[in-house]
Ligand binder design. Structure first.
Ligand SMILES: Cc1cc2nc3c(=O)[nH]c(=O)nc-3n(C[C@H](O)[C@H](O)[C@H](O)COP(=O)(O)OP(=O)(O)OC[C@H]3O[C@@H](n4cnc5c(N)ncnc54)[C@H](O)[C@@H]3O)c2cc1C
Ligand SMILES: O=C([O-])CC(=O)C(=O)O
Length: 338
């Protein structure tokens, strides 16, 4: 059988999830991941890695819930397996706290996570300035471990990884039959998408092994996420800020806010500091189009713009991208327009 050559641009959590699904599901495809940065140097490697959904304003909530549910179930199966440590996936229980009762007393994703309930008064007493909270168990996915695990899984399915900066999707269309664009923030330049913008985030890794529960303030302004080797403290969300260096003032502010919630952090030692640029977009882009390459119509599937929720939605959106690749293979391309 003639191989269908598929190029996936991007080796963050979105690109690798999509590449693994295509390589494992479609035996007629040979998959090549092209990226200028691989783990440990992608934005995904900076992420705290907690599965905690938000909301894109113009995408039906049922669709966002389906993306989250499918991602959660994927990670839960890994967390429950003997692969969990090797994949860097663990269950994480804790509290999301609010100063005012939120409009959604029960968020749309409450039946996707485990053991969701509102916090008791006894639990709330730990956080005197907060009136209300959710208690639940979610997943923490540590990308510094998970991305190498996905790369191994991709290679096992016959996929390959190549370091290359792509400047033109049309040029890729000369070498591949299908192109999948998972370039995250890189899509701004690659496909001239002006809706894509950086949302800068700075986090601090500390050694505080006595902490076992996560604490997240409302929409993620402040968070404490215990993990396998370190506790991640955050966060910041600076729109259109391209600075990749850590800011000392922000470090102090993060520490102060976190210590206010969890005074024992005063005894924690500092391990590392990381900055990443989230691929912000009003709504993530998951769709296909055809680009004209020397008289041929080459299908391009876009899967980027996940903002603060790239890990949270990674597998669910990759499953939809896989469907789009399948559709491209099953249909005749539209006639090339001159
Ligand atoms: C501080 C911080 C904390 C976060 N915490 C969480 C969290 O707890 N939970 C969560 O779900 N999300 C979190 N996020 C968001 C998450 O990191 C992103 O949504 C996610 O990493 C996006 O994944 P991606 O694969 O689209 O992009 P990236 O990881 O940025 O990968 C993009 C890939 O495309 C490649 N690329 C781009 N342009 C080109 C080009 N022209 N040619 C070749 N290659 C190209 C890059 O080299 C890279 O390999 C956090 C982000 C930050 C900064
Ligand atoms: O909001 C959170 O809990 C973590 C996160 O996704 C981010 O910082 O982007």
């Amino acid at each position: 059988m003639q191989q269908v050559k598929v190029a996936v641009v991007g080796a963050g959590v979105v690109g690798l999830s999509t590449a693994v699904l295509v390589a494992e599901t479609l035996p007629q495809c040979s998959v090549c991941v092209l990226a200028d940065r691989f783990t440990p140097d992608t934005t995904s490697d900076v992420a705290a890695g907690i599965l905690s959904p938000g909301r894109f304003p113009d995408i039906p909530i049922e669709q966002q819930k389906r993306w989250f549910k499918r991602t959660f179930d994927h990670f839960l199966a890994i967390a429950d397996s003997s692969e969990a440590a090797e994949a860097g996936v663990l269950l994480s229980s804790g509290w999301q706290i609010f100063q005012e009762v939120p409009s959604e007393e029960k968020p749309y994703w409450s039946d996707c996570v485990l053991s969701f309930r509102t916090m008791t008064n006894t639990e709330l007493k730990r956080f005197p300035q907060y009136k209300f909270g959710y208690a639940y168990t979610t997943i923490k996915c540590e990308c510094l471990t998970y991305l190498p695990w996905l790369q191994k899984r991709l290679k096992k399915a016959g996929g390959i990884l190549t370091r290359e900066r792509v400047t033109d999707l049309t040029e890729l269309g000369l070498r591949y039959n299908v192109v999948v664009n998972c370039s995250g923030l890189g899509a701004q330049a690659l496909v001239r998408d002006e809706d894509v913008h950086p949302i800068r985030g700075q986090v601090l890794m500390v050694h505080a092994p006595w902490l076992k529960h996560f604490v997240r303030v409302a929409g993620g302004q402040t968070y404490i996420y215990p993990g396998t080797h370190a506790v991640t403290l955050g966060g910041t969300r600076q729109v259109n800020d391209w600075r990749l260096e850590a800011d000392a003032g922000e470090r102090e502010a993060i520490l102060e806010r976190c210590q206010h919630l969890e005074p024992s952090l005063g005894a924690a030692s500092h391990l590392a500091e990381k900055v990443g640029l989230r691929p912000g977009r009003r709504n993530l882009r998951l769709e296909r189009e055809y680009v004209r390459v020397q008289g041929r119509q080459v299908p391009v599937v876009h899967n980027y713009g996940h903002g603060s929720w790239g890990i949270t939605l990674s597998w669910g959106t990759a499953l939809d991208a896989l469907d789009l690749v399948q559709q491209c293979l099953n249909e005749r391309p539209p006639p090339a327009r001159l």
